[in-house]
Design a protein around this ligand. Sequence first.
Ligand code: PMV
Length: 320
Amino acid sequence: MRAAARAQPNIALVKYWGKRDTERNLPAVGSISITLADLSTTMRVEFDETLAGDSLRVNGQPSDAMLPRVSRCLDAVAGQERSRATVVSESNFPIAAGLASSASAFAALVVAADAAAGTGHGREQLANLAGMASGSAARSIYGGFVELANAGDHVAVATLCAAEDWPLTVVVAITASGPKVVGSTQAMETSRDTSPFYARWVEQQSADLDEARAAIGAQDFPRLAAVAEHNCLKMHSVMWASRPPMVYWNATTLECMEAVRDMQADGIPVFFTIDAGPQLKAVCDPSAAAAVRERLETTAGVEAVMVTGLGEGARLLTDG
Ligand code: PMV
């Protein structure tokens, strides 16, 4: 009745923004991401029929705020009649700051809970269960370049290209620590209800997905860079035009963006992407990683820089 699993966050290159079914947390659009290697969340789940309730510790501290979401996810994996569980989560990177900590957390949680409860869900089912808790978590079940597509009343998730087949490097510039101002669920609802650009965003997504898929298939870096930056800026435009407006960037985010533009002008193969938070993620060819790291590290206002390659999907740990 006990298991441990590990998963890494993923960074979307063609973004998920908006829900078509809030109740079941189904996305309005498909998305394409890269799963990271060196940032990870480890989840330990132990079901115990003698417990009166679930408990959750995150990085050594009790976390009552996240507990209801975790309990709902355990219900979805193991059924409402399940025993209560002790859940312990450890991440090696700042949580809730636009670094997709919920993706690695819920991907690891469903894999650990499935093994601990002995439910034996398939990978596709695990992706759907993770996605019910956090849309982007469905992608962290898989490694490398991952596409999530809408398929009727569920999502279909698959690896497009393994990490080792196109080993890009991601340099994350931390421009502010601490939790984000508006959570992604609320922000997506606000965008759908108020942004004049939302309908166009949804309408254009399949063209961006086609373009990114083709770029990945051909391992064409400039082509992937162009569609990823375009898609990222389009998503943020939807947010900026929402009421109330949602601006996740700070001045340092813009400084980093300018640093990436300067590097591109110098012929360095790098592009940026930014999620619902102020951190900038620079994706580059491994040959450029040292230069990109140094440039972002010395950009005014950057608090820290993390460098990682691409990695595998969620998996069970044998020491569970
Ligand atoms: O999975 P959520 O609900 O945290 O939403 C993630 C949304 C973005 O990170 C902004 C985009 C994406 O596709 O990951």
